[in-house]
Design a protein around this ligand. Structure first.
Ligand code: GAL
Length: 391
């Protein structure tokens, strides 16, 4: 016999279906008003990234709202339905910490280190009360993907270090590099030559919009907008992923790339990024390279086709979104099929910002992203390894 509480529950389900159970999704709904977690709350994982660990996807991202700084984590096995694990890195009032209540933490990304068994989180940190002027990178570590993450420190990387693609051999030739910059004709040329880079040589390079990328051989890279957001710096991390190795490159000087997301296909590295217009959408860019430290070759705007049906913004405005991460589509690994994650920012109330996950395919050596109002991973079609079975 059914207990009274079960009967009441079933009755409530009939009358208020959406209030009593969180929705179960079986598709992506890019740009939809809300994406609810399994508890029925709008997901708070903005500027996020994904870690796949032992068959489970973990989504880390910014919790937004004044005075609520933190990184949240969600887990899923199907990428549509996400279980919340709360704040896995939060502010503290410990004396001397710079991870304070009203600091800004953006674009957190987590990678797993096989050698140490640790989960390492990197993020962009801005210090409380000074807007975006600190431009630091922060690192935290955990024993489990759902944390808690222990905050280690924040800093400006590469104090006194020169990049692998500098016009000089070593730091002692600094004067020669200064000469090269001085002799460049025009402001843009001077920036390209490294004017802002040399300004920050002694204090460390700026690190704002960022991501991390873990290569097949376990080498990990930190990719960040530097030099007043004008130039990307791609840096190799140490073997334990907790520090910078000192090896890095200046990429696309004065290219004004933000929101980098890196992925790999057939031995080549691809990157999509946004332009530099704050929370407002702009035209996305894509790049390809044979090595993470470059050179990176521009491939143009990866977005094509019709507009976002909610906001009427087309491929020239990234359908209203800004890139944050690209992950291989499950079941299609190595087949040039990816899921490209974007944020649709709501600057007036950032916690309401929406998510736009779209299919990305590599076509003729270029990433191509089209708007889809609703789609499933299986829409990529029969995976290559099952094609034979069809015949
Ligand atoms: C965007 C950036 C965001 C955030 C914002 C602040 O361009 O991608 O992560 O920093 O600017 O205005």
């Amino acid at each position: 016999m059914k207990s009274i509480s079960t009967v009441v529950f079933l009755l409530l389900l009939t009358v208020f279906p959406s209030y009593t159970v969180a929705q179960k999704y079986d598709a992506f709904h890019p740009g939809a008003e809300q994406w609810l977690d399994t508890e029925g709350e709008h997901i708070q994982a903005h500027g996020g990234g994904i870690l796949l660990h032992e068959g489970v996807y973990y989504w880390y991202g910014e919790q937004r709202g004044f005075g609520e700084m933190g990184v949240r984590c969600y887990s899923s096995t199907d990428l549509y339905n996400w279980q919340p694990h709360g704040v896995v890195l939060g502010w503290s009032d410990a004396p001397g910490t710079d991870l304070t209540r009203r600091c800004t933490v953006e674009r957190p990304k987590v990678i797993y280190n096989e050698k140490t068994g640790k989960f390492v989180m990197w993020f962009h940190l801005e210090l409380e009360g000074i807007g975006y002027w600190a431009a630091r990178t922060g690192v935290a570590v955990a024993d489990s993907p759902t944390g808690p993450f222990e905050y280690l420190r924040s800093f400006r990387p590469h104090v006194g270090k020169i990049p692998v693609n500098a016009p000089i051999e070593n730091i002692h030739e600094r004067k020669r590099w200064d000469e090269i910059i001085k002799n460049a004709e025009g402001d843009r040329e001077r920036r390209i030559a490294g004017e802002i880079f040399m300004r920050d040589l002694g204090v460390g390079q700026m690190a704002r919009d960022m991501t991390v990328f873990k290569d097949d051989d376990g080498t990990a890279y930190h990719i960040a907008s530097s030099e007043e957001n004008l130039t990307l710096h791609i840096a190799k991390l140490t073997d334990d992923y907790l520090n910078f190795s000192g090896e890095f490159a200046r990429v696309q000087p004065d290219g004004r790339n933000e929101a980098p997301a890196v992925f790999k296909y057939e031995g080549k590295y691809y990157m999509i990024a946004s332009g530099l217009t704050g929370w407002a959408p702009n035209r996305a860019r894509s790049f390809v390279a044979d090595s993470m430290l470059g050179p990176w070759e521009p491939l143009g705007n990866p977005c094509v086709g019709g507009a976002n049906t909610y906001n009427d913004l087309g491929p020239d405005k990234t359908f209203g979104g800004q890139s944050t991460y690209v992950l291989p589509a499950p079941g299609y690994e190595g087949q040039g099929k990816f899921i490209a994650m974007f944020d649709i920012w709501q600057p007036g109330d950032l916690k309401k910002s929406r998510y736009m996950w779209l299919p990305l395919v590599i076509q003729d050596g270029k990433p191509v992203i089209e708007w889809a109002k609703q789609w499933k991973v299986s829409d990529f079609g029969t995976p290559d390894n099952q094609r034979g079975a069809e015949r």
